[in-house]
Design a protein around this ligand. Structure first.
Ligand SMILES: NC(=O)C1=CN([C@@H]2O[C@H](COP(=O)(O)OP(=O)(O)OC[C@H]3O[C@@H](n4cnc5c(N)ncnc54)[C@H](O)[C@@H]3O)[C@@H](O)[C@H]2O)C=CC1
Ligand SMILES: O=C(O)CCC(=O)C(=O)O
Length: 530
């Protein structure tokens, strides 16, 4: 039974799939402090949060069974991603479910700041009928600068066209082609600051975007500009903004987000007549909250059940169609990695993975992660390594991972190979998926074999001499180890040869030691592949 903790208010309808799952139990405990979370997180396999819960390194450290943190929303700045990655905890978000809602909130804020709606409301309900103080401006014919043209920024640009606005857009990934499709003029931040009447930011908060709109930008800003921030507090320097409003450079600002949330009681935005605020409501609609909770619940369930999943934040994204093609190779990849690690001598210096045939066309990085997981798990323990932290752990240990791709796969439609190099020695294994047979090991150190990668195997390197097969069979038989299959390969008659046995149970260590003493035998390695 998997235990899931929901530590922020998340839509019940959205988590229905988790509540209905027979293999899941859910505890809802919103509003826990960090200490309270640390005290109980050890019992849980998954943690579901919105933006209030701070998933710190301490929380992750205490989450000894934690496989996944699911963020019902986009921004994961409340989660310590490096700590999650090094602990092997998958962090997933729900990037699409609240796009439209947040875009619509941006327009609500833009209209509200253009027409002084909150200020006018406050006066009207206070008994004053003041029509003179609240003369606004139209959006039509104005220039809107959009900084960050991802999901939300692009939707904002689309809708701004309907308001008759001209749009300047900036995003490092905004191509001329996409800009043209959206009816947006490609611009720099400087162009936007100097030329826009309204500006809205839709980037994440990163070292690069922190205070990207600050004192320098306000100095050259078009006078009378109105600014909206429904993305993250800190993209616009709050104190520089207050100065710019007071100096008459900025005519009005609408902020849904703050550098520190909730803001201190004396935060200057809270009393400023030209700055309007909402308490991080960008994603707060019934629809968005259901959407993000449904999306994140579905992926959490996949992760708990060891099924392919989407939207991992601490793993590069891979298209769903590619994931479907790769998925059958994951078991093969991990087992090839484990096999290579078990038959190699000495520490791992470099890992070279090879993908040939149709596989070479795909983005194979998830498969590389499985292979590296298989290798490292042999040395570090399978509870320490997973596909999230495998590449990170390899890098941390100075192990270089090289990927080679080749379109030609001699004799096979697809071939996955793993070479481990250490101290000048190399160990090479390769495998494929055979229709009707599943994963097969097809090469070991230059010899062709055909073995299913499961159970107990013995890899023997010997000289091709009469009698060796019999002697090994007798030794194992007399120690009650039954040989299920045996394959022998050699390159030339009487030369170096390999024998691969599948045996019904593990070979006791003393028996293996005795085997190694046999004449003509160079090495014997027992391998277990689960
Ligand atoms: N107020 C709220 O409740 C909500 C806030 N958000 C926030 O809105 C922001 C945007 O969300 P999405 O559009 O879904 O994300 P997204 O990832 O689709 O778009 C972000 C865009 O910012 C761009 N970007 C990054 N650095 C930049 C820079 N230096 N200059 C210009 N562009 C840059 C990226 O290339 C990307 O295209 C995020 O910070 C997210 O956390 C999202 C949903 C709700
Ligand atoms: O959960 C929320 O309401 C916050 C949404 C948000 O900021 C995000 O998705 O980035």
């Amino acid at each position: 039974m998997f235990k899931v903790l929901v530590s922020d208010p998340i839509s019940d309808l959205g988590i229905q799939q988790l509540m209905d799952a027979e293999d899941v139990t859910i505890d809802k405990k919103p509003g826990l402090s960090e200490d309270e979370l640390v005290a109980i997180i050890g019992q849980y396999d998954a943690l579901l949060v919105r933006s209030q819960t701070r998933v710190t390194a301490r929380v992750l450290e205490a989450g000894s069974s934690l496989k996944v943190v699911g963020r019902a929303g986009v921004g994961v700045d409340n989660i310590d991603l490096p700590a999650a990655t090094s602990k092997g905890v998958i962090v997933i978000n729900a990037p699409d479910g609240n796009t439209i809602t947040t875009c619509e909130h941006t327009f609500a804020m833009m209209m509200a700041v253009a027409r002084h709606i909150p200020q006018a409301y406050a006066k009207t309900v206070g008994g004053e009928w003041d029509r003179k103080s609240f003369v606004g401006v139209e959006l039509r014919g104005k220039t809107l600068g959009v900084v960050g043209m991802g999901r939300i920024g692009s939707e904002v640009a689309r809708r701004a066209k309907a308001f008759g606005m001209d749009i300047l857009g900036y995003d490092p990934f905004l191509t001329e082609e996409k800009a043209e499709k959206l009816g947006v003029k490609l611009a720099s931040v400087d162009d936007i600051v100097r030329g826009a009447d309204f500006m809205t930011v839709h980037t994440p908060l990163t070292p690069e975007t922190r205070h990207m709109i600050g004192a320098e930008q306000f100095k050259v800003m078009k006078r009378g500009m109105r600014i909206v921030n429904c993305a993250r507090g800190g993209i616009v320097d709050e104190y520089a903004l207050v100065d710019a409003v007071n100096e008459g450079i900025v005519a009005g600002a609408a902020f849904d987000v703050f550098e520190v949330e909730p803001p201190a009681a004396d935060h200057p935005f809270l009393t400023h007549p030209k700055i309007i605020v909402t308490p991080h409501l960008g994603a707060s609609t019934i629809e968005a909250q259901e959407n993000v909770a449904i999306d994140v619940s579905e992926q959490v369930l996949h992760i708990l059940r060891d099924e392919p999943f989407l939207n991992a934040v601490n793993m590069p994204p891979v298209a769903a169609a590619v994931m479907t093609q790769l998925q059958p190779y994951f078991e093969l990849g991990e087992k090839l990695g484990s096999l290579a690690a078990q038959i190699a001598d000495g520490p791992v210096g470099e890992i070279t993975v090879g993908f040939s045939g149709d596989l070479a066309e795909l983005d194979t990085q998830p498969l590389t992660r499985y292979i590296v997981k298989g290798i490292l798990a042999h040395h570090l323990g399978s509870d320490q390594v997973n596909i999230i932290n495998s590449l990170h752990l390899a890098k941390e240990r100075g192990v270089n991972v090289v990927v080679n791709k080749s379109h030609a796969a001699k004799d096979f439609t697809n071939l996955v190979s793993v070479t481990l190099s250490s101290r000048g020695e190399t160990t090479h294994v390769a495998g494929t998926l055979l229709t009707g047979y599943g994963p097969r090991i097809v090469q070991v150190n230059g010899y062709t074999v055909d073995v299913a990668p499961s159970g107990h195997l013995v890899f023997i390197s010997h000289h091709d001499r009469p009698g060796i097969i019999g002697r090994i069979g007798t030794l194992l038989g007399s120690n009650d180890v039954n040989i299920a299959t045996m394959q022998v390969g050699r390159q030339v008659e009487g030369g170096a040869a390999i024998m691969v046995l599948t045996v019904d149970k593990g070979v006791p260590k003393p028996v293996l030691a005795e085997m190694i003493q046999l004449d003509e035998l160079k090495s014997a390695k027992e391998v277990t592949l689960y």
